[in-house]
Design a protein around this ligand. Structure first.
Ligand SMILES: [Cu+2]
Length: 165
């Protein structure tokens, strides 16, 4: 009986710890560009907001494409190139990281199907401490600059408002 209690307590504490980490990471405003014609690659963007200790985004996976990778853009000989991120992306304590065009992005290589405007697709971000964080992505028109121009509302203060009643 004592042993059973110990196991239950251990499982319960693991559950609490896992949830505490996951709750610290919030992924907002996730969007991707709709595919054009025969283009088989795509990119997704979002904001990672961390209300806890420093963490690291170490991977991404989806079943949308042959490969789903974390990419960044670098300037090389005055040419913008993209590279797969090595070693993950640091998410600072009580800070945020913005995945946006020309910067960090999630890259879909070899899309199984075109990304259609208005569609929602799912990916999973893998954090070193928070673990797997599922993210739903809105597919937008390629002419859009992102969800901000679409929503027309303030940005980034949603969770603060929720705490202030
Ligand atoms: Cu890329």
């Amino acid at each position: 009986m004592k042993k059973l209690f110990a196991i239950v307590a251990t499982v319960a504490s693991l559950f609490i710890v896992t949830n505490a980490f996951a709750a610290d990471i919030e992924v907002k405003d996730a969007w991707a560009k709709a595919s054009k014609g025969m283009v088989r690659n795509g990119a997704a963007f979002f904001d990672v907001v961390n209300s806890g200790a420093a963490d690291r985004l170490v991977g991404v996976r989806s079943d949308l494409a042959d490969r789903t990778e974390l990419h960044s853009h670098i300037m090389e000989n005055n040419v913008m190139k993209m590279r797969q991120v090595q070693g993950g992306v640091e998410v600072p304590m009580h800070g945020s990281v913005h995945f946006k065009p020309g910067s960090y992005h999630v890259m879909f290589i070899g899309l199984n199907e075109a990304l259609e405007e208005g569609q929602k697709v799912d990916i999973t971000l893998e954090f070193e401490k928070a673990g797997d964080v599922p993210v739903t992505i809105d597919v937008l028109n390629t002419m859009s600059m992102g969800p901000k121009s679409k929503a027309g509302t303030g940005h980034g203060h949603g969770s603060m408002k929720m705490n202030s009643n």
